[in-house]
Design a protein. Structure first.
Length: 92
């Protein structure tokens, strides 16, 4: 993983920190509320990966909601009486 690569050598750590800083700055520009770091020692790579995972989970849940809302729901006129509703088929 990206976080493990940063632990190989100090040179790798420097490279991954630079990449993480750039990626997280882009994430801040794209999203209104970036996640706060878990601690003062959390690397920018770790923070970016955590942010990307949370964003993907939220995106997936919003897609489920979107799919539900795309279904064609029957339109029931507001002036119906209780007897009128018995004429409609039951919904399962």
């Amino acid at each position: 993983s990206l976080c493990a690569l940063s632990q190989v050598t100090r040179g790798h750590n420097s490279i991954m920190t630079t990449i993480g800083d750039v990626m997280f700055e882009r994430a801040k520009l794209r999203f209104r509320t970036p996640l706060p770091p878990k601690s003062a020692n959390e690397s920018s790579v770790s923070l970016f990966v955590r942010h990307a995972r949370v964003s993907k989970a939220v995106h997936d849940k919003l897609e489920v909601i979107n799919q539900v809302l795309r279904k064609d729901f029957p339109v029931v006129p507001s002036n119906l009486t209780l007897e009128d509703t018995a004429k409609f088929p039951a919904f399962e």
